[in-house]
Ligand binder design. Sequence first.
Ligand SMILES: [Zn+2]
Length: 223
Amino acid sequence: METCSTKSEKLSAFAEMRMLPEEEKTFLEHLLVCQKCQRNLREVYESLLKIGSPPLTSEEKDGLRKIVLKHVKRLDQERNQQRTGWMILENLANVQPLALAAADDQTADQRLLKSALSSNSLTFVAICDKTHPNYWKATFPIPSEPNPEMELSVEVTDVSGEPVVDGTLIFCGIEKQIEEGWCYISMTELRDNLKKQTIAFKTASGELVEGLLELFSDDISDY
Ligand SMILES: [Zn+2]
């Protein structure tokens, strides 16, 4: 489902490097999770290259190339973060201690893992604009000493950061009714369903908004 309503003028402004740095950063964050904008942006780039309009100077082309490279780098980083996040949940589900084996910060993956674990939680967010009325955020605790009897208390908040009053969290296909901003997933459920690696929130009126792991705050360079 696509909840994005980004205007084509905004995509053009991004492609033609007319955005202010702060605006560009915000839009890039959106672009990382919005397939609709990714698709549309590709079309904008293609038409820019084809028609050559507006004609780009070689400096502008260099600038454009830099932005695209940065974009690709962020997408890679985001994919690694998603992988690390799900790996942490897999470890949890299998009740493996999350102590970092050989955590000497030598590789990017280790740094990523360390930064993900340092907050003792993993946060998933809606794939839609942060201001969209159906925006949601779900925070999973990462217990340092997991045991099979444990139940994970997942906190779900809405666009204003308030507890979600009504709705369903669908985590790896498991449907959990949210009450007063919380729902609970047992380690057994986690273990039995983790293959699916999807998350979505269904509003009380039945609208489904898919989500992704939120980017960890560290390690986003160049900004
Ligand atoms: Zn979008």
